[in-house]
Design a protein around this ligand. Structure first.
Ligand SMILES: [Zn+2]
Length: 425
């Protein structure tokens, strides 16, 4: 790509940025928590059709995904689950094909009174856009769409097939991304603009979700000694799992990337429900948990370790020893992923990055997961993850930094042009 072409694409991103922000704001305004992603997928389908992409919009059939690598159990109503893919087919084939992917699901906003402004009424203030999903990762997804727009506005068209994929379930199982692979979408590389703070994800954790189902023996609290408190018993198990977390962090010291981090494996009891009455000893307690694993760690082996840890703790407990808790797998069963065999797309992205940011892109060792794993692990498709900066993802007052969004959109546009090739449109 010559300097003039490059400059035209960069200028087109600048010229389209106001429109990009308006679309981002509309997209963030949709409260697309798990199971409620439909209106987001409708909007995405419309955006893609308006731009002339061939749109495939289908209902996901879980039964077709169950046996695929990385599938995680779905527990909620999945009858409305959809995936939307817009495909661009080149008139002349020159470069390499590409999957651009974003997830439109967002995590719950939490107590609304803790937000300064409502989570689904995005506002722009001091160079930031605030809203649930503004950072993770709706701004990145819309950025990819406008990166493609900028190439067109610069009077160019890509010379390779591009699939623009809007998926769901990234925050709980990843089966949205899995559904695109089941449907047959493939490319020479995949690019996911998650908010990585302008770094390239080199290695990322995997995640296991599980639920502890703990029983107790209910009595009037006046005779608590004769009962067994399920909430306190659950706490006993949580403490045992915290020890497992320490053990796994020790193990992480032999990983070539994660050894640089202090505490890469995080165990989180994320939801707790239990008991029915303040003056009754609780007869039940459910705790939904998340723990990370590293690339190369077998999910099945680590599931066994979780079961063994819970069983051993139960044996040391007066009531649980004879009333063992159950463990249910409640979502993610995801391996870690390390970006390897990606020299070609990394070289193309390196040029794009240098043109926008100057210098070489830094690696990120990521203690969260992304959908890249499905492309890399299941099909050997090198899968890059790079995007803007922001903060408070999964927290209150989530925001994306708009200057970083503009830069990452430019880098994406140049990368697409470099990887797919361009010709006069
Ligand atoms: Zn995300």
């Amino acid at each position: 790509m010559n300097a003039d072409t490059q400059q035209r694409i960069l200028d087109a991103v600048d010229a389209g940025f106001e429109a990009q922000l308006a679309t981002t704001r509309d997209f963030v305004a949709i409260p697309s928590t798990r199971g409620a992603e439909g209106p987001c997928q409708d909007m995405m389908g419309d955006l893609l059709r308006a731009r002339g992409y061939e749109v495939d919009d289908w209902h996901v059939n879980v039964d077709e995904l169950r046996d695929l690598r990385g599938f995680g159990p779905i527990e909620h109503d999945f009858s409305k689950a959809r995936t939307v893919v817009g495909t661009y087919r080149p008139q002349t084939s020159g470069g390499k094909s590409l999957i651009l992917q974003g997830h439109c699901d967002v995590v719950p906003a939490g107590p609304l009174e803790l937000w300064d402004t409502p989570p689904f009424a995005p506002v722009i203030k001091d160079g930031k856009m605030y809203g649930r999903g503004a950072c993770d990762m709706k701004s990145g997804t819309i950025g990819a769409l406008y990166a493609l727009d900028a190439i067109k506005a610069a009077g160019l068209r890509p010379t390779a097939r591009i699939h623009f994929q809007s998926v769901i379930e990234e925050e709980s199982t990843g089966v949205g991304a899995l559904s695109t692979l089941q449907r047959g979408y493939r490319a020479d590389a995949c690019f996911i603009p998650e908010p990585t703070g302008g770094k390239m994800v080199r290695s990322q954790v995997g995640v296991i979700w599980f639920r502890l189902r703990v029983k107790g023996h209910p009595t009037h609290v006046a005779f608590a000694g004769s009962g067994a408190n399920a909430i306190m018993a659950a706490y006993h198990l949580i403490q045992a799992l915290q020890k497992l977390e320490i053990e796994w962090n020790e193990r992480a010291k032999s990983d070539r990337h994660f050894k640089t981090l202090n505490h890469p494996i995080n165990f989180n009891p994320g939801i707790i429900k239990g008991g029915d009455w303040a003056s009754s000893v609780p007869a039940w307690c459910d705790v939904d948990c998340r723990i990370a694993v590293l690339p190369g760690w077998s999910i099945a082996d680590h599931q066994k370790e979780i079961l063994a840890c819970v069983a051993a703790a139960a044996r040391n407990h007066r009531f649980l020893a004879n009333n063992p808790p159950e463990v249910e797998w409640s979502g993610f069963l995801s391996e870690g992923y390390e970006l390897t065999n990606a020299a070609a797309p990394e070289a193309a992205f390196g040029k794009a990055f240098n043109a926008v940011y100057g210098g070489a892109v830094e690696d990120l060792v990521f203690t969260a997961l992304t959908d890249t794993r499905f492309y890399g692990l299941n099909h050997g498709i090198p899968s890059l993850c790079f995007g803007p900066s922001g903060g408070e993802i999964h927290g209150f007052n989530e925001y994306v930094d708009l200057e970083s969004l503009k830069k990452s959109t430019k880098a994406m546009a140049l990368f697409i042009a470099e990887w797919c090739g361009v010709e006069k449109g």
